[in-house]
Design a protein around this ligand. Sequence first.
Ligand SMILES: Nc1ncnc2c1ncn2[C@@H]1O[C@H](COP(=O)(O)OP(=O)(O)OP(=O)(O)O)[C@@H](O)[C@H]1O
Length: 318
Amino acid sequence: MTDTQKPLAIRCKGLIKVYSTKHSEMVVAVNRLDLEVKAGECFGLLGPNGAGKTTTVEILEGLLSPNTGDVELFGKTWAQDEPWLRERLGISLQHTHLPERLTVRETVELFRSFYAPRGRNVDETIDLVALKDKEDARFETLSGGQRQRLAVACALVGDPQLLFLDEPTTGLDPQSRRMLWEVVLAFKLQGGSVLLTTHYMDEAERLCDRVGVIDHGQMIALGTPKELIESLGGQQIVEFTLEDGVEVNLEPLGALPSVHGARWHTGRVSLTVSQLHEALPALLAHIDGIGGKLTSLSTHHATLEDVFVNLTGRQLRE
Ligand SMILES: Nc1ncnc2c1ncn2[C@@H]1O[C@H](COP(=O)(O)OP(=O)(O)OP(=O)(O)O)[C@@H](O)[C@H]1O
C-alpha cells in the first residue's frame, strides 16, 4: 500500500465542542477544527492553557462527544468500531491515577491483561520506559517522572498503533523529560503514530514531524516546525529595551537591513532578523540616532514560541 492509499491515523472535520458552565455560560472549547495525522507521523498540538487541546484529544480518544463534527481513526469511527479502536490505541492522560499499592510490574501486568492476546511483553515495556530498577516499587513511592513513565508504559503495553500523550512531560525534570522523549522516538521508529499535546516548544521541535498551533479552539497554523519558524521570515530574534523617556517607533526598525518584522512584546521590542551581522550594527546606529540607551539586548534562534507570539501577540505560557 502506498502512503496515499493508507488510511490516515486521525482524520477529523468540523469539530465543535461547547461546554456549559455552572453559571449557564457557554464556553466554545473547540471551534470547527479539522485535523489530519498520517500513519507513522508524530503530530503535536500546541497552544496556551485553555486553547482546547485536551478537549480535542478527548474527543479523538472517544472519551467525549463533540457537538458536531466527524472523527475517524484508521478509517474507523467510535460509533461503529469501538472495540477495534480500543485495542489499537494507547492513551496517557494529563493526570493519571493508578492504584497506589500496586507495584510497577503489577500495574503493567494489569494493563497487559486488558489486551490479551494482543500486547507487548511486560518486561520489554518496563525496560522501554526505563523503570526496570523500580519494577517492585509501589506506585505511591514513585517520583512524578517515574509515575508519568509508568502511565506511558500502560499506554504502550497494548502494543498500540496510535499513541495519545496529553502533556506527557509537564512538571518533569529535564532528565525525565528526555527519557520520555526517547520512548516516544522509539515508538515512532517502530512505525507507531503519535498525537501529543505540549506547552514545550523544544519538545515539539524534537519529537513532532508536524505541529498544529491551536488558539481559542481553532487551528491558527499548521506545518513542520521548520516551516512554521521559516514563516517568520527570519531565523533570529533580537529583543531589546531602552531607558525610559525615549520613544520607540516600530516602523523604521522594521525597515532596517535584514529585519523582517518589529513588534512590542512584554515591554520589549522584538525584531525578526535574517542576518544578525547586518541587523545589529544598523540597530545600534538607529538607537544612537534617536538618543536611546540600551538597558538590555538579547538574541536567540527563532522558536515555535516566537511563531505563536507573532500570530497572536501573546505567549504560549502566560
Ligand atoms: N468540563 C468543562 N466544563 C466547562 N468548561 C470546560 C470544561 N473543560 C474544559 N473547559 C473549558 O474549555 C476550554 C478548553 O479547555 P481545554 O482543557 O480543552 O484546554 P487545553 O488547551 O487543554 O488547556 P490546558 O493546556 O490548560 O490543559 C477552556 O476555556 C476550559 O476552561
